[in-house]
Design a protein around this ligand. Structure first.
Ligand SMILES: [Zn+2]
Length: 394
């Protein structure tokens, strides 16, 4: 009898195992092909002036969720935007990769509960290490390993930028290479929930290469209130501790997705300027998700960067001209030194400008009437200057 039971258990186990393996192979590519489908558009025409200008720019973007997906970053991909070849095609110098570790099943602009999580299913179906199935810290660390692995396999095509020394090494290598130099990669966390309420985990993430942490994502967490959470709260006591420790370590604070109160609390507390890694501006695209004019000016006045998104809800469009109009509005509002790019590539949002399409954005900025020096700043000059000042020395 016991023998028979054992056989049944073994058979059920075998079937479940086979189902898991089949799901593991077939489901992620199918889902990703649907979720990461770009908005179709006619090929962008780029003027000779823009081509010449763009080829001399230092281009940086502050937000891409590519590490969430099953993709070899060193190879071309038809599912999603950010790969080494696409970044090279767009003459990018630097990309911030942000880890996504917990997202509600049904994402609303407001009032998301903090107990719903879709990434548990993603981690299981994508075959992430078992330790990451129920640990947000482990999910962030696993995605850090993925980036590290891509850098190692890129044969010098991608270089870590974790401190000023590595930034200088990248810039020197790019200058030496002339065209097609290496691309610097930075690591950040979308939301501070991977800290799991423990400051020790901040040091673990720092050791793994994280240099930017967002306070919150789509729900309130131990650090404080999210723009999309239920509390509307500002920073918690733990959040205060996180800000102080990040200041000590020289980590960049990202206020994207934070409640307005959390942003104001952070600006009052930190001794360093902050970055908002992906946002729209309410002045050109009315949405609660987008920054009001006064906060744009406050972040800029403290030396921070406002990185403009490229997705539908951020700028009320997806084409280069709409994105460029938002950037131009930001420049008028905050001056030329505080606006940057924050695409949210591979963030499962409708987009039509890929890394390879960035010359078309430069062209659209020319059509906005921005001069060459200002375009150089917003496309990445401001970002490179920020990193040169605010990354840890070594
Ligand atoms: Zn986001």
């Amino acid at each position: 009898m016991a023998n028979r039971k054992l056989k049944i258990v073994a058979a059920v186990g075998l079937v479940l195992g086979a189902v898991y393996v089949a799901a593991r192979v077939f489901v992620p590519p199918m889902l990703e092909a649907r979720i990461l489908k770009p908005v179709p558009h006619a090929p962008y025409k780029v003027s000779d002036e823009a081509k010449a200008l763009h080829s001399g720019l230092t281009v940086m973007d502050w937000h891409a969720d590519a590490l969430l997906w099953n993709r070899d970053l060193t190879q071309p991909s038809d599912r999603g935007y950010v790969t080494l070849p696409s970044m090279q095609a767009g003459n990018m110098a630097l990309q911030m990769f942000t880890t996504v570790t917990k997202v509600p099943w049904k994402i609303e602009l407001r009032d998301n509960p903090s107990d719903s999580d879709m990434i548990t299913a993603v981690s299981v179906i994508s075959g992430w290490p078992v330790a990451s199935w129920n640990s947000l810290t482990e999910r962030a660390l696993y995605q850090a390993l993925k980036l590290n692995d891509a850098v190692a396999r890129s044969e010098g095509g991608m270089m870590w930028v974790r401190n000023q020394k590595e930034l200088q090494a990248l810039m020197a290598a790019r200058a030496k290479a002339g065209h097609g130099g290496p691309i610097g990669v930075l690591l950040g966390a979308e939301g501070g929930h991977p800290l799991e309420g423990d400051l020790m985990n901040l040091d673990r993430l720092y050791a793994a290469g994280f240099r930017m942490i967002g306070l919150t994502h789509f729900f309130d967490n131990e650090i404080g209130g999210s723009l999309h959470g239920q509390s509307g709260a500002g920073l918690s006591d733990f959040g205060h501790g996180v800000i102080h420790r990040m200041d000590d370590l020289g980590m960049i604070i990202d206020v994207a997705h934070a409640s307005e109160q959390s942003v104001r609390d952070t600006l009052a507390l930190t001794t360093r300027p902050v970055v908002i890694s992906h946002t729209g501006l309410r002045g050109t695209c009315k949405s609660d998700r987008n920054l009001p004019d006064d906060l744009v000016q406050t972040i800029a006045a403290k030396g921070g960067l406002i990185a403009i998104g490229m997705w539908q809800d951020a700028v009320c469009g997806t084409d280069p001209d709409t994105i460029a109009a938002t950037i131009a509005y930001g420049v008028r509002l905050a001056g030329p030194d505080h606006i940057a790019l924050g695409s949210d590539w591979d963030g499962a949002v409708p987009e039509a400008v890929s890394p390879a399409d960035l010359p078309a954005l430069t062209d659209a900025l020319l059509r906005q009437g921005l001069d060459h020096a200002t375009i150089a700043k917003v496309m990445g000059g401001n970002s490179a200057a920020f990193l040169a000042r605010w990354l840890p020395m070594e």
